[in-house]
Design a protein around this ligand. Structure first.
Ligand SMILES: [Zn+2]
Length: 391
């Protein structure tokens, strides 16, 4: 969870702090709210001084975490606001922060406080003349964190400004995701539970839709040789991207740790299921988008010939392609190429090696390639491309 990380390492969300010896002022004490601007999203509204920069989304809605950064131009004072859903949505989320704080109490200075009429917690720290004040509060099934950072040379003004901004924070009207479980229809079949709304496109074809997912589930568990002794996989089905957005979700994604899938009804039967099932090869997963997305796409049950598709793409791109690390997400054909690459690894080096390589998170991607394939990632990618030239 992000808040644990923040408490353990107080600089986790910090943007680069510009070191400056200029005497700076956070704000004048008598600044009134008319000199403030308003920022608002689905979950909250907050005011910040109009002299500050336009807020930036630092990490845009990835993984259900929404981070917005506010700061002055010289970055002498900054604020990041993180809003994160608590998963699984299918269990009670009461007193979530208290539980986390209890587990991480040591060495943290925590006070209770009130944020927009909700009970929250304030955590203060000081390091090398840099001050940090974090407010954490829960509303419905979301955790909000306001993380203020400022320098010591204008402590009092910064403190006053921090208080003023914190007081302006107001929750907007949003629903807890548990409505999907409580109010939607549920269709259970074997190890799968499908949740769908009354106006769902699949309302009248739910049996057929669910059966295709069961077939995918059976195929993937058999392919990966996973014995399913776990909770059923819960699939929440939406009509469109817009429909998901009404609940603050960017579809589709899986929460493999919790056996939960959030998907458009048109998504391939196997992709998100493969994310969930592959998590149970050992309970661990390699930190590699190429390998995770490659496997999920390879097992999406569309029957597409990913070697053929990849060979055509690569030829067009003159076989220059970057797929490792963060480059994967920047590549428009990433999933197709990843599926072909994973299939190549499995077919050329066998499935058992691939499973061991996949089902661990001790090494980074490059170390994993060396340890399990005795080769660098780029060497394997070149081998695969050579193979596709004659495919
Ligand atoms: Zn995926």
């Amino acid at each position: 969870m992000k808040i644990i990380k923040i408490m353990k390492s107080m600089s986790i969300t910090s943007i680069i702090v510009l070191i400056s010896f200029l005497i700076v002022s956070c704000a004048t004490k008598n600044e009134d709210m008319s000199e403030y601007k308003t920022y608002s999203n689905d979950y909250y509204t907050i005011q910040y001084p109009s002299s500050w920069l336009e807020p930036k989304s630092v990490k845009d809605r990835e993984d259900g975490c929404y981070i917005v950064a506010f700061s002055t131009e010289d970055n002498q004072i900054s604020l990041t606001v993180a809003a994160e859903r608590i998963y699984p949505i299918t269990s009670s989320q009461e007193n979530y922060i208290e539980k986390i704080l209890k587990e991480n109490e040591e060495g943290i200075n925590v006070e209770e406080c009130i944020v927009d009429r909700n009970k929250g917690y304030k955590i203060k720290s000081e390091d090398n003349n840099k001050f940090q004040t974090i407010y954490i509060v829960q509303k419905n099934d979301m955790i909000f964190e306001m993380n203020f950072k400022y320098q010591a040379n204008d402590y009092n003004n910064c403190q006053a400004l921090t208080n003023q901004i914190e007081k302006s924070f107001k929750f907007n009207d949003f629903e807890s995701l548990s409505v999907l479980k409580d109010n939607w229809n549920k269709y259970s079949i074997e190890d799968i539970e499908v949740y769908y709304s009354d106006n769902s496109v699949i309302y009248n074809s739910i049996e057929k839709w669910a059966k295709e997912r069961v077939e995918a589930f059976n195929y993937i568990t058999e392919y990966l040789n996973v014995q399913w002794d776990y909770e059923p996989i819960k699939i929440f089905v939406f009509n469109s991207q817009e429909h998901g957005k009404q609940f603050g979700l960017i579809l589709g994604f899986a929460k493999p740790e919790y056996n939960e899938i959030f998907t458009k009804y048109t998504q391939t039967p196997g992709h998100e299921l493969a994310h969930c099932i592959s998590n149970y090869i050992s309970g661990e997963r390699i930190h590699s988008s190429l390998i995770n997305e490659g496997l999920a796409t390879h097992l999406n049950m569309t029957g597409r010939d990913y070697h053929r598709l990849a060979a055509d793409i690569l030829q067009e791109k003159n076989y220059s392609v970057k797929l490792l690390g963060n480059d994967f997400r920047k590549n428009e054909n990433a999933y197709t190429l990843g599926a072909s690459f994973v299939k190549y690894l499995i077919d050329e080096y066998n499935l058992e090696v691939f499973k061991e390589f996949f089902a661990q998170n001790r090494n980074n991607e490059e170390e994993s390639f060396r340890k399990f394939y005795d080769k660098e990632g780029n060497i394997l990618i070149n081998e695969w491309m050579e193979y596709l030239k004659t495919y």
